[in-house]
Design a protein around this ligand. Structure first.
Ligand SMILES: *[C@@H]1O[C@H](CO)[C@@H](O)[C@H](O)[C@H]1NC(C)=O
Ligand SMILES: *[C@@H]1O[C@H](CO)[C@@H](O)[C@H](O)[C@H]1NC(C)=O
Length: 274
């Protein structure tokens, strides 16, 4: 897959072929599921993690939990929080949010017309999200996806580039109030956590050269839990940098990524079934 342009997140869709095969003879579905598989993921639009929607349809007999939700986006949030949830129905009337154990892209037989309901199909498998940031040094924000029940927020990702893969953990989708995590800064020599972009005040700093590579993706992870930020490498359990903010300055709701000096390619694995 070709890494997408700036500001565009491309969902990998190895299951598209399966959808097309199964849906032969189901004339409605093929035209309803979007064939263009690129979405802009904007703050709060959690339903964008799923395919669809298929309007005025619901998957019947597969719900293992029913909720009341304000919107299809918050219903998507419920589904994201639970590994068992493979797809969901959201019905405007009464805000019924049904979490399903199955997906239509594997089996059409439980899909029925249902006025006022939206059916969202499974999250794409594979690498999930690929992204490219340029040297323009402006954060691209997206909503912090909800962590699994009882676990800290965890982002599994890989980066490729000469230096400076930069994260913001932010309260808003601007640069007013955030933590700035600059991986492989200063010619790929140091990683720092600071109070804001450009700040010369460091919360934490480690000198480990060569964390990034311009020739290959390097796998990393980042966790955030109650004002504690940790970043680690690959399958190492211990972080190589860590910071706890006693002052509870930022109420983190968004994550931003950016780069400076050189382009950085990113792959996010957090919502993939690897
Ligand atoms: C969820 O709601 C549907 C439709 O109202 C109902 O048929 C089903 O039994 C409910 N499932 C659960 C697990 O509560
Ligand atoms: C599809 O779902 C129906 C009804 O739940 C089930 O009887 C059938 O075995 C399923 N087919 C496949 C291929 O999973």
């Amino acid at each position: 897959m070709i890494p997408s342009a700036i500001n565009l997140i491309t969902f990998c869709l190895d299951l598209l072929a399966a959808v097309t095969v199964v849906s032969a003879g189901e004339s409605g579905l093929k035209s309803c599921l979007p064939s263009q598989r690129e979405h802009r993921v904007q703050g709060g639009e959690l339903h964008r993690f799923y395919r669809g929607p298929l309007r005025d349809h619901a998957l019947v007999g597969q719900a293992y939990r029913n909720h009341t939700a304000r919107s299809h986006a918050s219903c998507a949030g419920e589904c994201l929080r639970d590994d068992a949830c493979k797809s969901f129905n959201f019905c405007q009337d009464g805000g019924l949010c049904q979490l399903n154990l199955a997906v239509v892209s594997r089996n059409m037989s439980d899909l029925f017309p249902s006025n006022g309901c939206l059916y969202f199909d499974e999250r794409p498998h594979g690498k999930c999200l690929e992204y490219e940031t340029t040297e323009e040094y402006k954060y691209k924000f997206f909503v912090l996806p909800p962590p699994k029940e009882g676990e800290p927020y965890r982002l599994d990702f890989a980066v490729k580039g000469k230096e400076d893969a930069i994260f913001a953990l932010s309260e808003e989708t601007n640069e007013n109030n955030l933590y700035d995590i600059d991986i492989a800064a200063w010619n790929n020599q140091r990683t720092i956590i600071r109070a804001r972009k450009h700040s010369v005040h460091f919360h934490a700093r480690v000198d480990i050269p060569g964390i990034m590579s311009e020739h290959e993706y390097r796998r990393l992870w980042l966790t955030y839990d109650s004002w504690t930020i940790k970043v680690g490498r690959g399958h190492e359990v211990a972080p190589f940098i860590e910071y706890h903010d006693d002052s509870h300055r930022v109420h983190v709701k968004y994550i931003g990524i950016t780069s400076v000096w050189y382009d950085v390619n990113w792959i996010f694995y957090t919502y993939c079934d690897e």
